[in-house]
Ligand binder design. Structure first.
Ligand code: DGL
Length: 267
């Protein structure tokens, strides 16, 4: 794997841009290829076999595009496809977005942790199982919030629509007295201010993007795969269907100069 090759990053749509942006801030010289599967978003309500199928096809595209590693910037795909992707490409370093968060949260003195995520992620119980493995006494409550990713994907973040839906979900009595809330979907950092506003100062809202970026830096450094060139990186964005919301969010994070191409998932 050549050090100067791009990092591959994928999600069902705009959500993984929160991770790509954190990676770009921490590792500004790294090139990346981002794939947002907007044609098939949302992933969170789909079956394991469907999410696995899409994830495999995107990963194949990224590997064939000479990516030196893959970041599964989607919790639903991390929960449903990560193990299989690692088996399919044992020689490619693959990072999921769940483990870096679990490892950091287990170190915090958390009392009661809430996890908001898609149905697929909640169904997998990936957060509760992994957190409780590291801290058996930790109380973990999961809540599926399936309308949030489509709202973000459609460009409704920060409107009264998203505020209302969020308030409805967070009013669940099971989420009372949290010390921490994990945003278990990469779309949700685009609603972070709304989460914080609703929950107030007593609850720490955890956005995984920076944790994932730090873990990636560590992984690339351990494998001798950090880019050597200090020249401008190439950032290439692919979507399976162009949408206004994707272009808008990508420009918001990366400026006007983004290169956006439409590409169907390979068969
Ligand atoms: N952003 C993804 C996640 O982290 C998927 C959201 C969706 O497409 O349902 O789960």
């Amino acid at each position: 794997m050549a050090k100067n090759n791009p990092i591959g990053i994928f999600d069902s749509g705009v959500g993984g841009l929160t991770v790509a942006s954190a990676i770009h801030q921490l590792l500004p010289f790294e090139s990346f290829i981002y794939f947002g599967d907007t044609r098939h978003a949302p992933y969170g309500d789909k079956s394991k076999s469907t999410i696995l199928d899409y994830s495999r096809r995107i990963s194949r595209f990224l590997v064939e595009s000479d990516c030196k590693c893959i970041v599964v910037a989607c919790n639903s795909a991390s929960a449903m496809a990560y193990k299989e992707l690692k088996q399919d490409w044992p020689e490619v370093p693959i990072l999921n977005v769940v483990e870096p968060v679990v490892n950091e949260v287990a170190r915090l003195k958390a009392r009661k942790v809430g996890v908001v995520a898609t149905r697929a992620t909640v169904r997998s119980q990936v957060y509760s199982k992994q957190l409780q493995k590291l801290d058996v006494d930790l109380k973990v409550v999961q809540k599926a919030t399936p309308l949030l990713a489509p709202l973000v994907e459609e460009g409704f973040a920060g409107t009264e629509v998203s505020t209302g839906v969020l308030a409805h979900y967070l009013a669940d009595p099971a989420l009372k007295d949290l010390s921490h809330l994990i945003l278990g979907c990469t779309h949700y950092p685009l609603l972070q201010a709304e989460f914080e506003h609703y929950l107030g100062q007593d609850v720490q809202v955890i956005n995984s993007a920076e944790m994932v970026a730090r873990r990636l830096q560590q992984m690339l450094s351990e494998k001798g795969l950090l880019r050597e060139l200090n020249t401008a990186p190439k950032l290439h964005f692919y979507v399976s269907e162009k949408t206004k919301a994707f272009s808008k969010t990508a420009r918001l994070f990366f400026g006007q100069e983004i290169k956006l191409s439409e590409k169907l998932l390979p068969a």
